[in-house]
Ligand binder design. Sequence first.
Ligand code: PEP
Length: 255
Amino acid sequence: MRKKIVAANWKMNMTQAESARFVESLVLDIGDITDVEVVIVPPFTAIAKVMEALGTSQSIKVGAQNMHWEPNGPFTGEISAALLRDLLVRYVVLGHSERRTLFRETDEIVNRKVRAAHEATLRPIVCVGETLEQRDKGNVGKILSIQLRGSLKDLNEKELQETVIAYEPVWAIGTGRNATPQQAQEAHAFIRRTLREMSDEATADRIRIQYGGSMKPENARDLMTQPDIDGALVGGASLDPRSFAQIVKAARDEK
Ligand code: PEP
């Protein structure tokens, strides 16, 4: 049985004061939920504030939105896994489509980061997904296979099990147009089959695959009832603590 994982990707939003207010509200609402893993992914500048606001509340974890693959050195403007671990960060989102497109991150770069994250005992959330053009040409499987095999290259079974995959169709991110539950399940099942080919059945069955792309309280339940959808990576709807809490509750209801 895979424990669902729901993460809030705040992107380049939320001041320290806003972050603290969000966390206080979220803890009151869902602080007692332990059967869903909840991860807040703030901008780097708010990580320490989110940690402080979480206090002794153990049920909500913190992630980062990116990192460099080197542990330290002359990389002005970059953050390493070691620096994130120093802040007690547990997860890191890697290969988000915004990074792949706007910052030219290739599967090879994502793979370097994924391996560096594991070395530092940070758990990567690795994003994959096709553009609308690729979908229209019937290339969804081909694209997902290339991204998975490239981004997860040379991971052992333990590392694969500790990796979370986020299926994020690019055409659904921030557009208000989510994949239908059937489209998402089809892609998730394909991802799990590919993971099986890359490792073995037991390993692939343990890997959690999140859906991301215009998830909202209104569509969360239908998406997360699908057998291979193990949670969500939420962008826009994660900026409001009530909407995000409703999505977490939808994940719990579907167990
Ligand atoms: C995302 O960027 O990871 C995302 C899923 O965004 P949104 O929920 O806004 O589509």
